[in-house]
Design a binder for this molecule. Structure first.
Ligand code: GLY
Length: 561
């Protein structure tokens, strides 16, 4: 029988799962064992199995990503890109950038029509929206830190794709509600569409994807970027308006970058540098709020929220103006996160009223709520830590499935500023720093983060959510460090979000009403959103006790070695 069990109580160990018996574990406390948290229980378990087989945190995070590409096709991927932040037990810190790139035939005005208007449908849907995928190159780049061979790390995903797995209610609803758009962009049959509606417990079998994964298992990175899979991607492009060429695929490279590091109240924060804005925004927001001694106020009180919103406003204005692919722009990170700069930026803050966004920028627009992208947090029993955020950008990316290869392609081109001032799908606006250029990486908000205390991993955290990612990670961190909440309360506390433009502040639907009313009295325009973020947090105390919490907002789940 196919069973899906949701466990809300605290477990000290995992319950083993079959592909048809899915157990969602929300919270775990363990010691001397590795843990994996991801958006799907079967993916977390794939990672935990790799730990049991002698793998380390980096082995586990590769296996989990491959598995997510099968069991969480709305965001887990081999057709998208991501970022990894790692801290080894030796203290070595690193980050891997496997963000997509613009195809070599991309151009500055490729989404501008004859009348000068930006065509966001083209940047968000279909083949022209696709950036050159980076994930598989990223998995191979991670091997440098792994103990096990790729053949072994990819096997759980092959099994899941070949044998299928029982889908949850959320997954059935998502597949059903996207049926029409899947059919619009895929004229041949795909595994995600069937004649009768999907229901809880149905098996999702992905034979074509299994073959693609086997191909990568056999031929390595070339099994994706050259040969049959690459040919299928290029053939998919040619069906419509896609421009990715076989050279683009062959030339794709993951990049190892120096992780962004800064101190926050005696904790060492290690996060993602450009081309993600995430680490810079996090540093800016934490530092600016610290100038008001945020810890003096109560969590989610009007005073605390006002300080944090104003920090968000100033940070996101900088995002629009200064941030982009560091290989294409002058990288101002050191200046942007310096106290000298930020203290000056903070001078315009006042408790008496909201700062108008026009005081820190120019353009007004409307955002869209988003929960796409996905995050994985891992610690192993040796003390190695890994955080990955990975994405197709929108839900199921471009909605295009590579025919014969069985995986969704991203719509990451929309993360470029396709025309200065025109909002992307997250309502974010940008300027020249993030304009489209051939082979350039589009600016991201993904914020995989590891926090160290006295040199040892203390927190591993991240979330999906487009431009809400940095603000959710920011809140999850201050909830623990400043407001002294435990991991569960921190992750599941109602969140809010502000991003400079539009002026509005979004509050999750269960956010305290009194705070919202007090904010409105100060001139803030409140908006209610259903859900913000799906945070996966691991906290490790001084005695080595591990407290792992998967966000209650989805099917996210913890697995233990
Ligand atoms: N596509 C979401 C991000 O990279 O921030």
């Amino acid at each position: 029988m196919k069973k899906i069990i949701i466990s809300l109580i605290l477990f000290t160990s995992t319950i083993s799962a079959q592909y048809t018996d899915i157990t969602i574990v929300k919270e775990v406390k363990v010691k001397n064992k590795g843990v994996v948290i991801s958006a799907h229980p079967l993916a977390s378990e794939a990672g935990a199995r790799i730990l049991k087989m002698g793998g380390n945190a980096y082995d586990a995070i590769v296996a989990t990503q491959y598995a997510l590409a099968v069991v969480y096709p709305q965001a887990g991927n081999i057709g998208g890109g991501g970022f990894l932040v790692g801290v080894k037990n030796s203290g070595e810190k690193f980050s891997l950038d496997y963000r997509e790139t613009a195809p070599s035939r991309a151009s500055h005005d490729m989404y501008i029509d004859k009348s000068g208007k930006a065509n966001t449908d083209l940047s968000q849907n279909g083949r022209l929206a696709v950036g050159v995928p980076g994930s598989v190159a990223g998995f191979f780049a991670t091997l440098k830190y792994c103990k096990l061979p790729m053949e072994q790390l990819i096997q759980p995903a092959i099994d899941l794709a070949e044998k299928g797995f029982a889908i949850t209610l959320q997954e059935a609803d998502l597949l059903n509600s996207n049926k029409e758009i899947f059919e619009r962009y895929n004229k041949t049959g795909i595994a995600f569409v069937k004649n009768v509606p999907w229901k809880t417990g149905d098996l999702l079998i992905q034979k074509e994807l299994a073959e693609t994964l086997k191909h990568i298992q056999k031929f390595g990175q070339k099994g994706f970027y050259e040969g049959k899979t690459a040919e299928l991607i290029v053939a998919e492009m040619k069906k419509e308006n896609g421009i990715i060429s076989s050279e683009d695929l062959r030339n794709y490279k993951a990049v190892e970058r120096k992780a962004l590091e800064f101190d926050y109240k005696g904790n060492q924060i290690v996060s993602m540098p450009l081309p993600s804005s995430g680490g810079i925004l996090l540093a800016q927001m934490l530092k600016m709020a610290s100038y008001e001694n945020l810890e003096k106020y109560q969590q989610n009180s009007a005073r605390a929220v006002q300080i944090m919103v104003e920090a968000e406003r100033r940070a996101y204005a900088d995002r629009a103006e200064y941030m982009g692919d560091p290989d294409f722009i002058r990288d101002k990170t050191t200046y942007l996160i310096s106290d000298e700069y930020l203290k000056n930026r903070w001078k315009s803050f006042s408790f008496t009223t909201a700062t108008p966004s026009s005081a820190v920028g120019k353009i007004i627009t409307q955002p869209k709520e988003s929960t796409e992208t996905t995050h994985i947090s891992v610690i192993d029993k040796y003390g190695n830590a890994a955080a990955v955020t990975t994405t197709l950008n929108g839900l199921y990316g471009s909605k295009v499935v590579v025919s014969g290869a069985g995986f969704f392609l991203n719509n990451e081109m929309d993360d470029f500023s396709i025309k200065p001032g025109v909002p992307n799908m997250f309502g974010a606006v940008g300027g020249e720093a993030n304009s489209v250029q051939p082979n350039k990486r589009m600016l991201s908000s993904m914020t995989p983060t590891i926090i160290l205390k006295t040199g040892k991993p203390y927190m591993i955290v991240g979330t999906p959510g487009g431009t809400t990612i940095p603000t959710s990670v920011y809140q999850s961190i201050v909830n623990v460090i400043d407001f002294k909440l435990n991991a569960n309360l921190s992750v599941n506390a109602p969140k809010f979000h502000h991003q400079w433009l539009p002026e509005t502040v979004a509050f999750e639907k269960n956010f305290p009403e009194t705070t919202i009313k007090d904010m409105e009295k100060l001139g803030y325009k409140a908006e209610q959103w259903g859900q913000i973020g799906r945070t996966e947090m691991i906290l490790i105390d001084d005695e080595g006790n591990i407290h792992a919490v998967a966000d209650g907002r989805g099917d996210d789940s913890v697995a233990v070695e």
